[in-house]
Design a protein around this ligand. Sequence first.
Ligand code: NAD
Ligand code: LMR
Length: 341
Amino acid sequence: MSSSIKVVVTGAAGQIAYSLIPRLVNGRTFGDKKVDLALVEIPQVVDKLKGLLMELEDSYFPAMGRVTYTDNFSEAAKDADWFLLVGSIPRGIVYNGKKIEERSDLLSINGGIFVDQGKAIGSFGKDKAKILVVGNPANTNAFIGKNAADNESQLWMAMTMLDSNRAKSVISKKTGVNISEIKNMIIWGNHSPTMYPDSENVIINNQLGSTVINDISWVEKDFIPSVQQRGKAVINARGASSATSAAKAAIDTVMACESPTEEGNSFSAAIASDGSYDVPEGIICGFPLVTLSDGTIDIKRDIALSDFGKSKFQISIDELLSERDAVKHLMKWLMMKILKI
Ligand code: NAD
Ligand code: LMR
């Protein structure tokens, strides 16, 4: 083993985590690094993690380092390199007598979690730590967390890899091309029904999607809506939100960040906008990303969006701006800090 890495996972007793956690220590996700895990749950269920710890021990993963579990997030955050923030309420369940239908309905329920976790990550996480928010509404939760963390060296992301994987699968079925030959599958915007999966700039067997898929009606009526609504379709069929595919997508995101992106490819995640593609600065928006040879994650800035693509992307940007406005009250503490009140 060359070195070790510390990974914090919240929602560790939940559905996604059960599929995610073993893959973190399987020796592939972080290469030959030894992986220390800090698992976090709410006090009511934290003791269940004893069972998961037993199973991890019984699985005998040579890459597994020290595994701890706690309901104290700040304690878990100390010196962590990676944070996988899964812990939150999913949609599809009844909460306070109301069925949660849309991810945005979760804003008031889950948003608050990310203020305290963000503060702890900013103070106790390592400089240059990477944070992947999976819990919904992922983009705006990451926006809240990043602002609370107030540590510019750390990288906050929200997960759109699952949408990218779903889009690749649909394109693979349509074109008959194996999924391994489908690259640069960009999800622009929000992880929500407004996201824009880009069938024009995807690379299919080394060719641009816009030249391979000459079927705008299919793109508008089938492809885009099916990717946008896939989360709901899974909830309707399974009675619970995607778990194993979400775990796979989280692992794909970590692996994409851990090694340089091959020339011409990109991976999907949402990060804070720096104004690229005219997206207002600060909102956590889905972009094509690349990992550079020094490990830095950057936005790939040379994608040509068509007028059609720009108009679809704008719908999602507008939604992110309205979500940002809806959580302004959670930024109050930050304003007080800036104004030194
Ligand atoms: P789940 O209900 O099975 O598990 C969530 C777990 O989080 C629970 O065990 C709960 O006790 C825990 N939790 C709640 N608040 C916490 C806190 N403050 N700290 C630590 N743990 C906490 O749900 P799941 O299926 O694992 O889904 C988790 C989240 O991921 C949901 O919000 C879901 O909508 C979201 N999700 C996102 C994507 C994506 O692509 N971004 C995909 C699938 C699911
Ligand atoms: C998904 O896309 O499967 C998740 O965001 C869960 C959901 O609520 O759709």
